[in-house]
Design a protein around this ligand. Sequence first.
Ligand SMILES: Nc1ncnc2c1ncn2[C@@H]1O[C@H](COP(=O)(O)OP(=O)(O)OP(=O)(O)O)[C@@H](O)[C@H]1O
Ligand SMILES: [Mg+2]
Length: 496
Amino acid sequence: MSKYVLALDQGTTSSRSILFRKNGKSVAVAQKEFPQLFPSPGHVEHDPEAIWKTQLATAKNVLRKAKAKAGDVAAIGITNQRETVVLWDKSTGKPIDNAYVWQSRITAKLCDRLKAKGLEPMVTKKTGLVLDPYFSGTKIKYLLDKHKLRARARKGEILCGTIDTFLLWRLTGGQVHATDPSNASRTLLFNIHTQKWDDELLKMLGVPRAMLPEVRDSSGDFGVTDKKLFGSEIPIAGIAGDQQAATFGQGCFQPGMVKNTYGTGCFLLMNTGSKPVPSSNGLLTTVGWRINGETTYCLEGSVFVGGAAVQWLRDGLGLIKKSSDVEKLAATEPDAGGTYLVPAFVGLGAPYWDPYARGIYVGIERGTTAGHMARATVESMAYQTADVVKAMAQDSGLRLRGLRVDGGATTNDALMQFQSNLLGTRLKRPLVAETTALGAAYLAGLAVGFWKTQKDVTSNWALDREFAPKMTPAQRRKGLAGWASAVERSKAWIKP
Ligand SMILES: Nc1ncnc2c1ncn2[C@@H]1O[C@H](COP(=O)(O)OP(=O)(O)OP(=O)(O)O)[C@@H](O)[C@H]1O
Ligand SMILES: [Mg+2]
C-alpha cells in the first residue's frame, strides 16, 4: 500500500517537494532556491537546468527524509510557476535558451503592436486573457524569432512548454510532451471555450502547432517517471498551475468560493463553476482545472509583486536580513505615516495592466522612517488585493463573504489583520499553508484512487486562525483613496 503522494512545486524563487499523507498533512518538505537572472531592464530569466536540478534534488531529498521508496508513493502531482516558458531540442532535450519568466516585460512592444492592430478583443474572447507580456505566447514568438527556429519547430524538432511540461518531459525521460488546461490557458494560444489550441491565435504569433504539448485533464494519466530517477517508476497523475492548484488545495469547489495567495505575487481566484465569466474590470477568465473532461473556470486577479516587495527590502535595500524580519521593523511604527509603496517593479497587473508602470514610494516627510516603509510595503499587498476584490465584486455581482488565504506571507498576522480591515471581511487561514503543493497532490491522488472523492479533500481542510475586520468605514475610505492616487502616479512611468 502506498502511503504518500509526492507534490513537486516548481515556484518562481524555489523548487519544493512535499510528501503528503491521506489526511492532507505533510510528512516531509525539501526546498531549494535557484538564481533569478536579470539580463536587461524589465527582463527576467531562469536557467532551465537549474530548475530541473533543484526540482529533482528536492524530490530525492524529501524521499530520503521520510525514509520512503518510490514504491511508497502512489503518484506525483506537478504544480508550477505559470506562463514561464522554455524551448528545447526534441532530439537532445537541451534547452535552446533560458526560460523566459512570467515577470519579464520583454514583449511589451510586441503586445502594443498587436493591440494597435485591434486584436485584443478577439484574444480576450478566446483566451480570457489580455495582451500583456505576462503570458507565454508572445515570448514563444520572441524566442522563435531570436533563434530563427520556425522551420525546425514546424517539423517538430523544437518543442516548447511551460515549466510543468518541461519537467514532465524530463521526468518521463522524453516520453511525454503534455500539459493541462490550467497551464495551457495562460499561453495566449489556447481557446478556453473549445479547450483546444486555436489556429487563429497560433497564426497571430507564428507559433507552429507541432511544437505544442498535448493538453490532458488536470487529474489523470501523464505517464510514469523514468526508472533511472527514483529506482522504480512512479505514475505522474496531476498537473496544474500554482494558483489553480492552490484554489484546489483550499477546497474551493463551490462556485463563488475565493482564495488569495500571498507569495511572490498575490493571486485571487474565484471558482465560477462550469461557466467562463468574462471580465469588464481588468480580471482574467481562466481554467481552474479539468477533470473527466469537465472544465471548472475561475475569475482571477493577478498581482505581480506581493511578497517580492519584502524581498526587495531585504535584497535591494538591505533593510532586513530575512523576509520575516519585516514584521519587527513594521511594528516599530503604529502605521505607515501617510506613505504608500506601489510595488509596480515589473509594471502593474490586474486590474490596471500597465507594463510601463514602475514602483514608487510616496508621501515621504522628514519624520518618515524605515519602519513606515516596512509597513507601507506590507500594506501594499493588502491594497493591491483590495483593488482586485473590488473588480471581482463588479464582475461577479457577488459580495465577498469570507476569504481563504495561503502563501508564505500569510504567517504575517499584522498583514492578515490589515487585509481583513481593508476588505471588511473575514479571512480564514488553514493549518496547511502549503496549499499549492497540496492541490497538486490532491489532483494526482484523486486520479489514482489514493483519495476517492473531492469530499475527502473538503474534510481535510482545517482552520488555523480567522481574522475579523476592525476598522471604521471612514478609515478604510481614507486609506483606499490615498492608495488610489499613489497608483495613478506610478502608471506609464517608462515610455515605450
Ligand atoms: N513574515 C512575512 N511577512 C511578509 N512577507 C513574508 C513573510 N514571510 C515570507 N514573506 C514573503 O513570502 C514570499 C514567499 O512565500 P511563498 O513561499 O508562498 O512564495 P511563492 O510565491 O510560493 O514562491 P514561488 O514564487 O517561488 O513559488 C516571499 O516573497 C517573502 O518575502
Ligand atoms: Mg509558490
